[in-house]
Design a protein around this ligand. Structure first.
Ligand code: PGA
Length: 253
């Protein structure tokens, strides 16, 4: 059985005090109301990792980071290494979110290096892929996702590949309120899984968690999460409100 993972990507939101309040609410409601086996991950900005961990450490909630450097350590002002993240108790790291690709020029070749360094430090990469609206309208969405997956991940061996989580996030659905329909999302998820199966075989492909991301919210989560190849969600806006985030977790099978 694949793991269902519901992860809240806070992006660049929340002050120290706000972060503490939100994490406390999530942990408390999660403990009292949820027991469905879904793995829950909070992915705050770097500065909140330590404070978040101190509030979740006695719970089942896990910690993630939004990015890491492709370098081990050294003179890279402003960067954060995978080793540092592990030392702050992170278990997951988002690699190649579309905002990093779009605003920070991150390429598949660079992301492949970040995936490697994350795995080396036993951090689970949440590798993001997804097409723009122009690419979808031009019928290029399968190709675009295939290229992102192939160039970012297919240098891994099968054992390494099994440790990766993939997040399909159509760029046109992120932060827009427009969600991919469950059929549109399922179609791409199944395509990604079959692309992995062609390279690594069915056993590896069936073992990999593929999350959906892009305006997932309490109203649409159950239908998306009920699709056979959708194994969780990477949640932006709705992860900033404890009730909405909890309702999405509850919608997981
Ligand atoms: P959204 O963001 O839920 O606000 O659309 C998802 C993401 O970017 O991970």
């Amino acid at each position: 059985m694949r793991k269902t993972i519901i992860a809240g990507n806070w992006k660049m939101n929340k002050t120290a005090e706000e972060a503490q309040g939100l994490v406390s609410e999530i942990v408390n409601i999660h403990r009292d109301e949820i027991n469905n086996g879904a793995e829950v991950v909070i992915i705050p900005p770097f500065v909140h990792l330590s404070g978040t961990y101190s509030l979740i450490k006695n719970s089942d909630v896990k910690l993630g980071a939004q990015n890491c450097s492709e370098h081990e350590s050294g003179a890279y002002t402003g960067e954060i290494s995978a080793g540092m993240l592990v030392s702050y108790n992170a278990s997951y790291v988002i690699i190649g979110h579309s905002e990093r690709r779009q605003y920070f020029g991150e390429t598949n070749a660079l992301l492949a290096k970040k995936v490697d360094i994350a795995l080396k430090h036993n951090l689970t990469p949440i590798y993001c892929c997804g097409e723009t609206i122009e690419q979808r309208n031009a019928g290029e969405h399968f190709n675009v996702n295939e290229t992102q997956i192939t160039e970012g991940l297919f240098h891994l061996n099968a054992d390494e590949m099994k440790k990766v989580v993939i997040a399909y996030e159509p760029v046109w659905a992120i932060g827009t309120g427009v969600t991919a329909s469950s059929a549109q999302a399922q179609e791409v998820h199944a395509f990604i899984r079959s692309t992995i199966a062609k390279k690594y075989g069915n056993e590896v492909a069936q073992s990999i968690t593929i999350q959906y991301g892009g305006s997932m919210k309490p109203e649409n989560a159950a239908e998306l999460l009920a699709q056979p190849d959708i194994d969780g969600g990477l949640i932006g806006g709705a992860a900033l409100k404890s009730r909405d985030f909890i309702e999405i977790i509850k919608a997981a099978r």
